[in-house]
Design a protein around this ligand. Sequence first.
Ligand SMILES: Cc1cc2nc3c(=O)[nH]c(=O)nc-3n(C[C@H](O)[C@H](O)[C@H](O)COP(=O)(O)OP(=O)(O)OC[C@H]3O[C@@H](n4cnc5c(N)ncnc54)[C@H](O)[C@@H]3O)c2cc1C
Length: 383
Amino acid sequence: MTRKSLLMVGAGLSGAVLARELAQAGHRVTVLDARDHVAGNCHTQRDPDTGVLVHVYGPHIFHTDDQQVWDYVNRFGRFRPYTHRVKTTSGGRVYTMPMNLHTINQFFDMALSPQEARALVAAKAQTLPEPPRNFEEQALSMLGADLYEAFFKGYTAKQWGCDPTALPAAILKRLPLRFSYDDNYFFHRYQGMPEDGYTPIVAAMLDHPAITVSLNTRFTKDMARGFDHVFYSGPLDSWFGQDSGALGYRTLDFERLTHDGDYQGCAVMNYADAAIPHTRITEHKYFAPWEEHARSVCYREVSRACETEDIPYYPIRLAEDKSLLSDYIRRARKETGVTFVGRLGTYRYLDMDVTIREALDCAAMFRDHAAHDQTMPAFAVTP
Ligand SMILES: Cc1cc2nc3c(=O)[nH]c(=O)nc-3n(C[C@H](O)[C@H](O)[C@H](O)COP(=O)(O)OP(=O)(O)OC[C@H]3O[C@@H](n4cnc5c(N)ncnc54)[C@H](O)[C@@H]3O)c2cc1C
């Protein structure tokens, strides 16, 4: 095998896993990131006032069914058991989430069995022309107006910045309701929280003699000179200077607040009412229940349209974004010497386990192509 010189744009999970795998395969890897830290959006750090480990870019819970991915992350740091449970405030009352039998009984002030609750929800569900034309119609046909308005209407409008009638029905694929008291947010076999946060895990992945990391370094295309191949985990449209337009994202504003003792009694409290501007408040010390802190730090989270200088968080992927995306994909496929990876490079929401799975598969693909002297394609996964 010829030893290749590779450039990884981005030191998030995509860049770190790819760098590690390809360094181990004998290649030389340079990783650069515009930020002053590794780990991308999973970055965690100690809050200087309270000592609490904070999820700087929003709450991150690791959950997966992928045995290989679970074993992989556990190689680089210790995970502690953690079960994510969420509450929501609606109309001045607190309910358990995701919507389950307890939520229904709380909301309707009843003590229904699973079967009775099913019958109640079925009776409340609206009969509308098929197929549902948008998110609102889909929700009404599954839940009826009471539950939809209490838990979905305002929250969805705040999260996506538009009326739910402007969102596709497909967003709500399954009935978002459980007829049991199970309030574990995730169904996956493995769920956990890294004892020391995500950043030391990513740093351990990057700790290899064949990997060089440069932080505070924003990629420009001239930096690709001299490298055999570039893996780019930055925004796809930025590779082209957004010359056909900007792909739509939602960004988040986090307002930090500190508190003596406990602030809200749980890690995440959603706010469903349209009149309350924030979508949720995260109390970070609840992500590390094995630690003790006298004080607490919380992030109050507001979602809004992403402008040029903002951090892109959630890809919007509505019709006009998808048409622009097709244009960028077509152009990207004509590029040589670059593969677009990760959540920004492929303009998709990806959970961490999926990000790692895709990076492992992409590294395997590169090794295979290098072994056969073939050119690596622009995408290992079609966006
Ligand atoms: C609010 C929020 C909550 C989430 N919660 C969860 C959760 O609970 N569980 C879960 O599994 N997943 C969660 N995720 C998803 C998780 O954040 C992603 O899976 C993960 O961050 C993807 O890693 P990545 O390396 O592809 O992208 P990123 O983490 O975004 O890393 C990309 C890196 O590239 C750098 N970069 C970009 N452009 C340039 C450039 N031009 N030059 C240099 N550097 C550049 C960026 O600075 C960044 O560090 C959440 C995502 C969000 C937005």
